[in-house]
Design a protein around this ligand. Structure first.
Ligand code: BES
Ligand code: MN
Ligand code: ZN
Length: 468
């Protein structure tokens, strides 16, 4: 899909002219009012639509009346939903040129563009029978400010990139592949492999990757603009497949575990666009990528690992692997002397149980940072919900043999995981942790998302970085 700016939408020769209709009101288009509203009693409820032929009465061949519900119920994210719905509709009628003429919605033009673009996402590269009619690019005309369009395009493209990486089979999207992708971003990228990771004293991360024949990769990408006002690090969990290790997962839980690198995909998507976005802050993208497998050299329950900050960890459960990889990544990030460290991870099933697929859990040690992240997410169309870090959540993590255990019982699992991570955050370092386990990957279509990877974190982080 290509969006072109155009101020004269009503006069445009095109396959479809799309007009909006608030519930129970009229549209800005005469024919639509005559046939849809007066004759057919179309009400314009949210996401309901009405299609009519124009028989040369206007330059457009068809009119699509898009219901957007009551004015007072409209939100920015509902506008994205409407945008995606329009894309689905025009795709289904195989329209190639579309003019979207929305009235009285000027403050939501960027969201509209985002929705149109999000709705066009598909992952069908492995399908032999592609719908060829729909391969040709749709051209959408929109009356939108140049800057708004540019940011919408870059943001959704980053999201698409992240979704593509997370949707790829684990046998394709290996740690080596993630490192390759990172190195192809035109930024300063360092990659450490195998024994180098051991030599960097990342004993926790290194242990997780041991049961796999895939080489682990520690990835550090730096975006450093001149005169940066601020420095942050974003860490993405990068388990390219989570079998659970020796504490192997049941088949039904393992089915989608190629998504366990969704946060890494998010970091790669965001980092790849910072130049184009002309971001004004320094951003370090960090990924500790490996595969959690039960091979004959796999790490075992009862093993004691030493993380980069010297803390020892008793392995209670090899399926609590993400926090081990993040432990070393957090230590590393805290050495970069950045103002804020933000980690994202598909970390716990418990977070998914708590918040479902509707919101990510957010934790941290600095309320202002958490608040600003929640706000950035909300504006960008993502939901972050703060969960508690009462120190008692750490009681279950006490170990008799080491400084800490890597899992602490069933209840409050998202919070105890956050407490675990905090042990690897340097004193005084501002830090936030975002658990995207529930929102990163969908079993069925939802809102403007198709089944599969959602690109969670991308829009929120880009919005956060641009507003800093
Ligand atoms: N990758 C999983 C968490 C997950 C679950 C992500 C469902 C997406 C959907 C993580 O590594 C894991 O296995 N966590 C365990 C931790 C437990 C062993 C303490 C969990 O949540 O069951
Ligand atoms: Mn796991
Ligand atoms: Zn995992």
């Amino acid at each position: 899909m290509k969006i072109e700016r155009n101020e004269n939408l009503k006069e445009q020769v095109c396959d479809v002219l799309v007009v909006n209709m608030f519930e129970g009101e009229k549209t800005s288009q005469e024919l639509a009012n005559k046939y849809a509203v007066e004759e057919d009693n179309f009400k314009g409820k949210f996401k309901e639509s009405y299609l009519l032929q124009t028989y040369d009465k206007i330059p457009a061949r068809k009119i699509l009346v898009m219901g957007i519900g009551k004015k007072e119920d409209l939100t920015s994210d509902k506008v994205r939903e409407i945008g995606a719905k329009i894309t689905n509709k025009v795709n289904s009628i195989k329209a190639k040129t579309v003019a979207v003429d929305f009235e009285n919605l000027d403050e939501y033009k960027r969201e509209l563009a985002e929705g149109l673009l999000i709705g066009n996402y598909k992952f069908d590269k492995y399908k032999s029978n592609k719908d060829e009619d729909n391969e040709e690019e749709i051209i959408v005309s929109l009356d939108i400010k140049e800057d708004d369009l540019k940011i919408a395009e870059i943001t959704i493209s980053a999201m698409e990139t992240a979704r593509n990486y997370a949707n790829e089979p684990a046998s394709v999207m290996t740690p080596t592949k993630l490192a390759e992708i990172a190195q192809n971003i035109e930024l300063n990228t360092k990659v450490y492999s195998g024994y180098e990771i051991e030599e960097m004293n990342m004993g926790a991360f290194y242990a997780v990757g041991k049961g796999s024949s895939e080489d682990p990769k520690f990835i550090h990408i730096t975006y450093a603009p001149k005169n940066a006002k601020k420095k942050i690090a974003i860490i993405g969990k990068g388990i390219t497949f989570d079998s659970g290790g020796l504490n192997i997962k049941p088949a039904s839980s393992m089915l989608t575990m190629r998504d366990d690198m969704s946060a890494a995909a998010c970091v790669l998507g965001v980092m790849s666009k910072l130049k184009e976005l002309n971001a004004q802050i320094e951003v370090h993208g960090i990924i500790a990528a490996c595969e959690n497998m039960p091979g004959c050299s796999a790490y075992k329950q009862g093993d004691i690992l030493t993380a980069r900050n010297g803390k020892t960890i008793e392995v209670d459960n090899t399926d609590a692997e993400g926090r081990l990889t993040l432990a070393d990544a957090l230590c590393y990030a805290c050495e970069l002397k950045v103002d804020e460290v933000i980690d994202l991870a598909t970390l716990t099933g418990a977070c998914m149980v708590a918040l479902g697929t509707q919101a990510a859990g957010i934790f941290g040690n600095d309320q202002d940072l958490i608040d600003r992240l929640i706000k950035s997410a909300d504006k960008a169309g993502e939901r972050y919900w703060q969960l508690p870090m009462y120190k008692e959540y750490g009681d279950g993590l006490k170990s008799e043999m080491a400084d800490i255990k890597n899992s602490g019982g069933r209840w409050g699992g998202a919070s105890s995981a956050a407490i675990f991570l905090q042990n690897f955050v340097k004193e005084g370092q501002k830090w936030a942790h975002i658990d995207i386990a529930g929102v990163a990957f969908l079993d069925s279509a939802q809102k403007y998302y198709i089944k599969g990877a959602t690109g969670a974190g991308v829009r929120a982080l880009i919005n956060y970085i641009l507003n800093n």
